[in-house]
Design a protein around this ligand. Structure first.
Ligand code: HEC
Ligand code: HEC
Ligand code: HEC
Ligand code: HEC
Length: 476
């Protein structure tokens, strides 16, 4: 059990926190399997584009390309600045907006997330900053106290219907990225159709188990606000749909801790007072949480700039720093990278000097992998919905069956930049694809991504597709 080394007991401390640490070491992924629609978690940070396209290949150049994806999707570039020429390509992302975090998560859950996010979500991309041998649990307590004050008003959303939520989840496109529930037959799937197990890895989402029900509904209504990274798109749900989905996604067992652990944690938690809260606020900056999260309540630009060694100065051959298999402590985050990821990252670091800014065709490929457009769209023979997931792309009426795969699957994007008018392309990318669509039979919408992340496609697609007269050209 790798976790036991992350949570060494601290014998002889006065606070009782040592007991907690010891008990935590006995817990292996407490919630990971809770919900039937949860993917089997992996024991390393999950990045979907890397997993699908780059992790299985031994070709060093291809692996390095995946490594570049990881440098961005694990936000290494938030602390290690990329070379100037690659700044746009390796822009990283802004992590979850923490304003309102205390309305989503209970104090204990916040505490566990800060101590070691991997306990709560084993395959999360948020690294641990308190897993090292020197970790200071009083600092965790202060952060918990401050984060605990970050409440937001959550509308009193209705309690949804689990069965309706289950049906919706398996029909409108969630399963393009997230896991289907094993054994579930979506409504409308013909009797004779066989349901196969999905083979490609699914995007984990088990924080849904922990979120307060109304807050989860709120998140599903406004994912682009909660997650500025723009990786989880907006399906333009109405309140009833979002409540049904939330009811379904929360139908798994709650986070269950052994009673002795809950008691120990409760006993160890100091009563938050103003001084502790203030200490927590300062620590958020001191620990550089704001390398990835905007300072809640702060003005724009409150993200810390990179403050560690620039990427170009990192030693690709090292087994230390953020590559370490064990938490190092201090300011060094612990990601729990696996061997393939470490190899890919090292290969990318070795090629950093020679890397050119991407030409438009490769940039499309790069962005489609980042945002997982490929979960729904094929382009140039790359990606597209996995065959086993096609049954989860619903259609509106039986007539669509006559259209074959076009009757329920999103279109391939080959040549889209040439065939669509600029007006139509903008309409599709910025949130009105259904209006005037020639595909009224599709139940899966083109979801709304955060404007900033899809904006580049507005120029890139026409630039590439018009130049090739509609004939697709392969990237790389
Ligand atoms: C929150 C900030 C932060 C993030 C995010 C981060 N690092 Fe680091 N990293 C550090 C600090 C601090 C050190 C210690 C050395 C220093 O100060 O530069 C370090 C050290 C390293 C080292 C060892 C330095 C050397 O050359 O010996 C490597 C390699 C490294 N990081 C790679 C990565 C990779 C790859 C990622 C993304 C998976 C990453 N880091 C994400 C802060 C960060
Ligand atoms: C294009 C891929 C994609 C689609 C389609 C998608 N999601 Fe997500 N979803 C993600 C990603 C990526 C994340 C993680 C974002 C992050 O790391 O902040 C996420 C996060 C979540 C979370 C937060 C839980 C957690 O552990 O982070 C929930 C809940 C969720 N999705 C539900 C849904 C539902 C319901 C649907 C369908 C209406 C859906 N998703 C469709 C990609 C997708
Ligand atoms: C390298 C970037 C990075 C750093 C540094 C970082 N975080 Fe995170 N954090 C994330 C990401 C990404 C998520 C979303 C994780 C997911 O859904 O799997 C997240 C999620 C969270 C959440 C859950 C919020 C919610 O409502 O779902 C909390 C709480 C949190 N971080 C607190 C912190 C604190 C406190 C620090 C500093 C000690 C910190 N983070 C440092 C990237 C980071
Ligand atoms: C959940 C599935 C899904 C995801 C993820 C998705 N799309 Fe779509 N997309 C669709 C559907 C469905 C349509 C068809 C809309 C219509 O015509 O009514 C579409 C249409 C399009 C079109 C117009 C194609 C044409 O020829 O009419 C473009 C361009 C497009 N999407 C780009 C993207 C990009 C870029 C991304 C990633 C940022 C993306 N899509 C992610 C489902 C998806």
């Amino acid at each position: 059990m790798a976790e036991s080394s992350i949570e060494p007991g601290m014998a002889g401390d006065r606070t009782g926190l040592g007991v907690v640490a010891g008990l935590l070491s006995l817990l292996a992924a407490p919630v990971a399997h809770a919900h039937p629609a949860h993917a089997k978690p992996v024991n390393y940070p999950f990045v979907v584009g890397f997993e699908r396209f780059h992790s299985g290949l031994d070709d060093e150049d291809y692996l390095a390309e995946g490594g570049f994806l990881l440098l961005n999707e694990l936000n290494c570039v938030a602390c290690h600045a990329p070379p100037e020429a690659l700044a746009e390509q390796l822009a990283g992302f802004v992590a979850t907006d923490l304003a309102g975090v205390a309305s989503r998560l209970a104090p204990l859950e916040i505490e566990l997330l800060v101590r070691n996010p991997r306990f709560v979500k084993r395959d999360t991309v948020m690294p641990s900053l308190f897993a090292g041998p020197d970790r200071d649990l009083e600092e965790v307590a202060a952060l918990r106290a401050w984060l605990g004050t970050l409440v937001a008003e959550v509308p009193d959303h209705p309690v949804g219907d689990i069965e309706r939520g289950r049906a919706l989840y398996h029909r409108i496109g969630c399963v393009a990225c997230h896991a289907p529930e094993a054994g579930y037959r979506p409504p409308g799937v013909p009797e004779n159709a066989e349901i196969e197990m999905a083979g490609l890895a699914s995007v984990p989402m088990n924080l849904a188990d922990l979120y307060d029900l109304a807050a989860l509904t709120e998140f599903l209504l406004k994912p682009n606000e909660h997650r500025p990274s723009g990786r989880m798109p907006d399906f333009d749900l109405d309140v009833a749909e979002a409540s049904d989905l939330a009811a379904y996604l929360k139908a798994g067992p709650d986070l269950v801790l052994p009673p002795n652990l809950s008691e120990a944690l409760a006993a160890a938690a100091p009563t938050p007072d103003a001084a502790l809260v203030e200490k927590g606020r300062e620590l958020f900056l001191g620990k550089r949480c704001h390398a990835c999260h905007a300072m809640p309540g702060g003005e724009d630009g409150t993200l810390a700039g990179p403050s560690s060694k620039p990427l170009a100065e990192l030693d690709p051959g090292t087994a230390g720093g953020c590559f370490s298999e064990r938490p190092v402590g201090g300011a060094v985050p612990f990601y729990g990278l696996d061997l393939v990821q470490r190899r890919a990252l090292a290969a990318a670091l070795r090629r950093l000097g020679g890397r050119e800014p991407l030409d438009p065709a490769r940039e499309i490929d790069w962005r489609m992998k980042q945002l997982n457009c490929h979960a729904c769209h094929e382009r140039d023979g790359v990606g597209g919905p996995e065959t086993a997931r096609e049954v989860y792309f619903g259609f509106r009426d039986g007539a669509a069956l006559a259209l074959g795969r076009d009757g329920h699957l999103p279109p391939a994007l080959d040549g889209s930049g040439a065939t669509l008018t600029p007006e139509r392309l903008a309409q599709v990318l910025f949130g009105n694809a259904a209006e005037g669509s020639g595909r009224p039979h599709l139940l899966v919408p083109m979801p709304k991504f955060r404007r900033a992340v899809v904006e580049p496609f507005e120029k890139l697609l026409p630039a590439v597709d018009r130049a090739s007269f509609g004939r697709p050209i392969r990237p790389q």
